[in-house]
Design a protein around this ligand. Structure first.
Ligand code: HEM
Length: 378
């Protein structure tokens, strides 16, 4: 990413003169950074879709204002080196992870740009050479930072394309192995049936026959899940009342209890069975990680354009070692888990034109956020 940054620096003509101008501006402007940050988040809070990205609630905004002030301090003091670029890339990835739509980045950077531009005009004569240099330097560094932010969205898109290619190769392989395994499993099941039909009082024999039976069921279940994942059953689209669907799906999770404050009816177009599976998988994971004493909270909200489902748990949070591969098939930290639940969630959600993201949640554990478009032609 640093090579890209250097290339962009050449493109926008960012050089030592800009670095000097930014450093000279810093002491003149830094007192106004908190005010710029205020305006920035006021604007975020005015827009329902942007506000929805505040995954840790609006209370968290106070802390975010502080991070934006720090970001502005770095914007003006640099050094604009590799470490700077890596920090910026990390910030960009935070936004990708919380599923903040990319278009907000351009407008958000404009808010910063306009606010800082106005404040520069208050401390330097804009028509003087220093004034022009200051303004040019601001425009260039904002362009560069915006480019870095947008690049992280592009990285995400490329990764998701690579993922779907991998999934297609994986799918072909799994499809044929799955089908091949059904036959021997069928033979084991038949033989088991025959053996169980023979009178035996040997407890160990009975116990092992029982075990074989359980494992055959499990193996068949794994194959079914894998085949479901790769088969891409066509979506059986229809009108779905999402609030009702979520309530029913949650009620079917045996580990409960899951709290769900049911909103007014909310209609989407989609495949009810597959969407129900999404909710069940997320709720099952959440109850597992929250444990018997923990809490799981499900919330469904909507804007005119999309529905958002959040599933929060009070568990230990997402294991950092699998954070980047969380939605890939066969990745799991659940003892005995196969690692297909979340892969299926993402597949179904994306096929409905939606997105799923995982972040830290307000209950201290994980938060899964599913957004689904409300338009017909999603
Ligand atoms: C110029 C544009 C923006 C800049 C420079 C910026 C800057 C930052 C920074 C520095 C962080 C801290 C990252 C970290 O944890 O290391 C952050 C996080 C965050 N930003 Fe932004 N931001 C921008 C746009 C937005 C917009 C438009 C929203 C709309 C809601 C937003 C919402 C958030 C949220 C929710 C987090 C915290 C995520 C989490 O830790 O759970 N940001 N941002």
């Amino acid at each position: 990413m640093f090579a890209l940054f250097q290339e962009l620096q050449r493109y926008v003509g960012f050089g030592e003169a800009d670095e000097r101008a930014l450093k000279a501006l810093h002491p003149l402007l830094c007192d106004s950074f908190p005010a710029v940050s205020e305006v920035f988040y006021e604007r975020v809070l005015q827009h329902a879709d942007a506000r929805a990205a505040l995954t840790r609630g609006e209370k968290h905004v106070g802390q975010l204002k502080g991070t934006l002030v720090k970001w502005m301090n770095e914007l003006f003091t640099g050094p604009w080196d590799q470490a700077y670029v890596e920090r910026r890339a990390r910030i960009g990835r935070v936004h990708v992870q919380i599923a903040l739509p990319q278009h907000y980045m351009v407008s958000a950077m404009n808010v910063v740009r306009v606010e800082l531009r106005e404040r520069i005009a208050l401390v330097i004569d804009e028509r003087s050479p220093e004034g022009r240099a200051a303004r040019d330097a601001l425009e260039r560094i904002c362009d560069l930072d915006l480019a870095l932010m947008l690049h992280t969205y592009r990285e995400d898109l490329e990764q998701s394309q690579a993922r779907s290619e991998r999934l297609s190769t994986f799918g072909q392989l799994v499809g044929s192995i799955g089908h091949e395994l059904r036959n021997p499993l069928g033979v084991i099941e038949t033989s088991l049936y025959v053996l169980k039909g023979r009178p035996s009082t040997d407890e160990r024999t009975l116990k092992h026959l029982e075990r074989i039976g359980q494992q055959v069921v499990l193996a068949n279940e794994i194959i079914t899940q894998l085949l479901n994942l790769i088969r891409d059953r066509p979506l059986n689209r229809g009108k779905v009342e999402l609030a009702q669907l979520v309530a029913e799906a949650i009620a079917s999770v045996p580990e409960g209890p899951v709290s769900f404050t049911r909103p007014p009816p909310l209609e989407v177009t989609g495949d009810a069975i597959q969407l129900r599976q999404v909710v069940v998988n997320l709720a099952q994971n959440a109850t597992h990680f929250a444990g018997p004493e923990g809490r799981v909270e499900v919330c469904l909200t909507s804007t005119p354009t999309e529905a958002t489902l959040t599933v929060d748990d009070s568990g230990p949070g997402i294991d950092p070692s699998i954070r980047n591969r969380l939605f890939e098939p066969l990745v799991t930290t659940r003892p005995g888990g196969v690692g297909l639940g979340l892969a299926l969630v993402r597949r179904v959600v994306e096929r409905h034109g939606g997105k799923v993201a995982a972040t830290r949640g307000p209950l201290g554990g994980a938060r899964f956020t599913v957004t689904l478009p409300l338009e017909e032609e999603a």
